[in-house]
Write a protein that binds this ligand. Structure first.
Ligand SMILES: C[S@@+](CC[C@H](N)C(=O)[O-])C[C@H]1O[C@@H](n2cnc3c(N)ncnc32)[C@H](O)[C@@H]1O
Length: 200
């Protein structure tokens, strides 16, 4: 398995433009989710972990969400985002390892998952669940997309299915929604689950 837990692995992918996962647009189901949020959500503390080029962060910012944190441990996409959004608050651009983020320092109302879970070493999935629950406020939510398929390779993305995800997430989250996504990007049609999970 390639060393997906090292920032250098991902940084190199950005430097060589080997970023096949990058949709160069806000993910349609996440845009639809964001668009139906009430005005009162505009000040929610939102985490976008493993955000990469962070089209979702850009979209949230453009829609007037004031407290969005972009997290990635590869510096290249963060620098690029800062160039595209020069007025985005720099303290909300966090270049750090998700697994090392301190829940004492960071607490969020909700987090947006988009091809981050599938990028980590599958052996760290329970660690992801525990860390994510710790970074969310009581009753905080994890919203987003997970792959609903397996992959025949030993590099990211790493797939999964409802049975596995339920078994892992139910230790820390109540599952409000985990169902096939009906409005995926055409390239991911039929291969994604939309999830909305609440910290227990
Ligand atoms: C497959 S890419 C997805 C990027 C973005 N979410 C998208 O959909 O375009 C995975 C991202 O997660 C980041 N990443 C992987 N492991 C990480 C970790 N432990 N902490 C922070 N970022 C991480 C990588 O640098 C990369 O930008």
């Amino acid at each position: 398995m390639e060393n997906v837990s090292q920032a250098e692995f991902w940084q190199q992918r950005y430097e060589t433009d080997s970023i096949g996962w990058d949709m160069r647009q806000v993910s349609p189901p996440l845009k639809a989710y964001i668009d139906q949020l009430p005005e009162s959500a505009k000040h929610d503390a939102i985490l976008v972990p493993g955000a990469g080029n962070a089209y979702e962060v850009g979209y949230l910012y453009e829609q007037g969400f004031t407290n969005v944190t972009l997290l990635d441990f590869a510096p290249a996409p963060i620098a690029d985002f800062a160039r595209r959004y020069p007025n985005f608050p720099s303290e909300h651009l966090v270049c750090a390892d998700f697994f090392e983020l301190s829940p004492e320092r960071y607490q969020f109302d909700w987090a947006l998952e988009q091809t981050f879970f599938c990028a980590i070493n599958p052996q760290r999935r329970d660690e992801y669940v525990q860390q994510m629950a710790g970074l969310l406020k009581p009753k905080g939510k994890l919203v987003g997309l997970l792959f609903d398929r397996g992959f025949d390779h030993t590099h990211p993305p790493f797939g999964g299915d409802v049975e596995e995800y339920k078994q892992r997430f139910e230790s820390h989250f109540a599952i409000e929604i985990m169902e096939p996504c009906y409005n995926s990007h055409p390239a991911r049609q039929g291969s994604e689950l939309f999830i909305k999970l609440q910290v227990k």
